[in-house]
Write a protein that binds this ligand. Structure first.
Ligand SMILES: [Zn+2]
Length: 255
């Protein structure tokens, strides 16, 4: 029996994943007659985390649809903001440390593995903690265990941040989270942080916060201007702040 031939076209956002010959208009694919459309799309290089609606003859079908001969398939990009089945929490792979710190600066829950624990362990953690896996590794995003995943389109941290904020629209709560470990900050009395401060810091500042997880102490300091610029720009573009700031204009030295 002749194997079915179908016609596929991809949204421009997906062109970087597919071979050059599939970027201009529609192109033919011969399928095996039993594979799902989701499998066919993945086999052409597009992680299903990046595929939005799948249309056959203009009508939406599930990824489990088995394409028949002659079908015209359109693969759309994900809609932004993309709804999630739970709160917007993230897990970032070893290459996205700067993005992780910037998300935390904005109060977004961003777990990050600073050592490479491997794709299987990352996928397992994404599932166990219901976190969106953020990565530039397409192979990792193909893993079935992921709770949710998203390809990070740029290698530059400022664009990466805008990409994630525009895609998932997480609530922003700047200066409430530890940029070092992702823990939450709590206001701290000056006396209580005394031992962790150098003389100059203690004299110059009055507002302090401490991470409830790792104990790191935060205050307003030298890098304030650049971090504040990231916060202001993000708030301007992606919404109002959430819960009250624990430490107005606090600073970390790591973002
Ligand atoms: Zn911490």
């Amino acid at each position: 029996m002749e194997k079915p031939e179908i016609w596929l076209s991809f949204a421009p956002e997906l062109h970087l994943f597919v071979a050059a010959a599939r970027r201009a208009g529609r192109s033919a694919v011969r399928t095996d007659g039993v594979s799902t459309l989701g499998h066919v799309v993945e086999s052409l290089g597009v992680p299903l985390t990046e595929a939005g609606a799948l249309l056959v003859g203009g009508r939406q079908v599930p990824v489990s649809h088995v394409p028949a001969d002659g079908e015209e398939v359109t693969v759309l990009a994900v809609v932004r903001p993309q709804p999630l089945p739970g709160p917007a929490r993230f897990l970032l792979d070893v290459h996205l440390g700067t993005l992780a710190r910037r998300l935390r600066l904005l109060g977004v829950d961003a777990a990050y593995e600073s050592v490479d624990i491997g794709d299987a362990a990352l996928a397992t953690r994404s599932a166990a903690e219901q976190r969106v896996m953020l990565s530039r590794d397409r192979g990792l995003l193909h893993r079935r265990e992921l709770w949710a995943g998203a390809y990070v389109y740029s290698h530059r941290p400022p664009e990466q941040l805008r990409d994630v904020l525009s895609r998932f629209a997480p609530p922003l709560a700047p200066w409430t989270r530890c940029t070092a470990c992702n823990g939450t900050l709590r206001e701290a009395a000056k006396e209580s942080v005394h031992e962790q401060l150098q003389d100059g810091t203690e004299r110059a500042y009055d507002a302090f916060a401490r991470c409830t997880d790792c104990g790191q102490v935060y205050w307003r300091g030298a890098h304030h201007a650049s971090l504040n610029a990231i916060v202001e720009e993000s708030l301007r573009e992606f919404g109002s702040p959430g819960p009250a700031e624990v430490l107005p204009q606090a600073v970390s030295d790591t973002a």
